[in-house]
Design a protein around this ligand. Structure first.
Ligand code: ZN
Ligand code: ZN
Length: 170
């Protein structure tokens, strides 16, 4: 299945993907486009962007299928979390879009990570000022900024019961 995603005249990308991975990959493409163009890519902005992208989509069969299933895509976004995790096998820090009890494979070494113990997290990047809400697999205390890749430290905030970047501590 070929998917083309366009953000107005600003960005366009095409991927060829297996059918069963279509929604997952579609969301990754949307997020990567957001990132490349400096949009803040949160669960909400992804949900809000999908209808805006829809009229600009290519008429490839696969895209039409996805456009038809836009409610399914929205539901998927609502029910899945952006989870940052570090592969225990090869050490690669990466993110997945998944449910709390799901598992995903490492993009580098194919290790299968279960997302059993996830905690909410938020950061404001000291370098590019982007902010993001996400989840981390317990114990992950440094992640790359989704936008500029700067290292972000995360510390546990007792009161808010989530990890935050140090500049969010009061
Ligand atoms: Zn790995
Ligand atoms: Zn940044």
């Amino acid at each position: 299945m070929k998917i083309t995603v366009k953000l107005g005249d600003q960005a366009e990308t095409m991927v060829d993907i297996p059918e069963e991975k279509a929604i997952d990959t579609f969301l990754k493409v949307v997020r990567d486009l957001h990132m490349a163009k400096g949009f803040v890519s949160t669960r909400d902005t992804i949900v809000n962007t999908i209808p805006a992208i829809k009229p600009n989509m290519d008429t490839e069969k696969g895209v039409v299928e996805i456009a038809k299933n836009i409610d399914q895509v929205r539901e998927y976004v609502k029910n899945n979390n952006l989870i940052f995790w570090k592969c225990p096998e090869c050490g690669r820090v990466q993110y997945s879009f998944a449910k709390a009890d799901e598992s995903k494979r490492c993009i580098n070494c194919d290790y299968e990570q279960e997302f059993k113990n996830i905690k909410p997290a938020a950061y404001v990047c000291p370098k590019c000022n982007a902010s993001s809400y996400l989840f981390v697999v317990d114990g992950l205390e440094q992640i790359p900024c989704k936008f500029c890749k700067a290292d972000i430290d995360l510390v546990w905030h007792e009161k808010q019961e989530k990890y935050v970047s140090p500049n969010m501590l009061k």
